[in-house]
Write a protein that binds this ligand. Structure first.
Ligand SMILES: [Fe+2]
Length: 234
């Protein structure tokens, strides 16, 4: 288990900025009737893709760099990745299960049908999960994902709340030239750059690190309705 890191960036700030500029024409994007002035833009969805692990690794914690008590860490640009899961009013969701899965430093997934399994970095966990704390926070230690044939770098996300999958999406790395050409990136929010921005995340040097580690933050805004289990007003 890794400690909670301090994150300095705020992609909710982008959301608030976006909302201030939202016009009546975008009202259909929101899911909380009567609360538009306060509503946050929902994180756009993305496809799950074919490589959610068909067999979970022996270790499924939030440190993807180390598997159980092995001493050799995975290869790659170490990244502290975190954020907050919240509803569209900004209420943090506690005990939301955040799952991530991604390729190793050579672009190989952990999945029996993914190519090059024999070349996979067996020190990389490839998958991790974490239950958000009372402030809705999640955190992982992983590597900055590389590109692999046909895709720009990305990390897959799934959020499950009270037993129901409420979000499936992908994180993209800000500044990657391949983003604009990526067939899935281009589809996000129907190609809306403001929505693409919500999942396009800078990987910045961690100020306190002498080892060149990175930090990245993606907040996740999910659309709960009162009918959903766990909804604060349900
Ligand atoms: Fe993928």
């Amino acid at each position: 288990m890794i400690p909670i890191n301090s994150y300095t960036d705020c992609n909710v700030c982008h959301r608030r900025h976006f909302l201030r500029r939202a016009t009546a024409g975008t009202a259909t994007l929101f899911t909380v009737p009567g609360a538009l002035a306060e509503a946050l833009q929902r994180t756009p969805t993305d496809v799950e893709g074919p490589f959610y692990p068909d067999k979970l690794p022996l270790d499924t914690d939030n440190d993807l760099l180390l598997i159980n008590d092995k001493l050799t860490p995975a290869v790659g640009a170490v990244t502290y990745l975190g954020g907050v899961v919240m509803d569209t009013k900004g209420n943090p969701l506690r005990n939301a299960l955040v799952e991530i899965w991604q390729v190793d430093n050579q672009g190989i997934y952990l999945h029996s049908k993914a190519p090059d399994q024999d070349k996979r970095d067996h020190n990389f966990q490839s998958y991790g999960r974490f239950l958000t704390d009372s402030k809705g926070r999640y955190h992982f230690r992983t590597i900055r994902p590389p590109a692999y044939p046909g895709r720009t770098p990305h990390i897959h996300y799934a959020v499950t709340y009270h037993g129901k999958r409420i979000l499936t999406t992908q994180l993209y790395v800000a500044g990657e030239k391949q983003n604009a050409k990526d067939f899935l990136y281009r589809r996000i929010g129907g190609g809306n750059p403001e929505l693409q921005k919500l999942v396009t995340i800078p990987f910045k040097p961690l100020a306190t690190s002498k080892l060149g580690e990175l930090t990245a933050r993606m907040d996740l805004v999910v659309g709960l309705t009162p009918a959903d289990p766990g909804h604060p007003e349900g």
